[in-house]
Ligand binder design. Sequence first.
Ligand SMILES: [Zn+2]
Length: 210
Amino acid sequence: MKRNPLVKIPKEIKLKICKRCLMFYHNRKYYEFDNENIASFFRDVLKTNFSGDYKIFVNNIRETNQGKNFVFDLTLAGIFEGKLYKFSMEVPVKKESYVCSVCLKKASEYYEAIIQLRILERKKQKDLIDELLPKIQSLTKKSAFPLSRVVKVIEKKNGVDVYIGNAKIAEQISKKLSKEFGAKIKKSSSLVGQTRTGRRVYRFTYLLRF
Ligand SMILES: [Zn+2]
């Protein structure tokens, strides 16, 4: 890296960036990873001898070291001893990947299916739910499918809605319970979105009537 007497680059610059949403964390705030915010980040981090205000432009961002580092190609323009200086420089930055609190929360509420347990006979409701819920819990825990867990349970008029992280285990559980308890299954799905790679994402509902 070329040394420039007008700028002092710290030995190690770290950028804490969320690997899910790509927002970066700086001075206790989250920022979009765009050129303008990156420029203000460097304004805080770099020490310059410019007098007064100066400009930073982000020309290019590269990832190096298998995505563990960034190299930012910056142009700085400012006044020093009455003269305008403008030059480009490459600044290496250590990437600190993490999952931000917003993404953590989203992940913890993520579900692919709902098993709706409906018990029409009022008298049986409580006992049956007390029997079914632990079964569902233990089946999700035993499963090897990713995100296989009970996310939340919501009480409904004739039973409960059980939110399940993984759709495949929800299907297996529904079939198992239907067989074991002679419940009728009604499966439905709705399109909830698309992944960045273009895969359509569905959410499944298994209505089980006991
Ligand atoms: Zn995030």
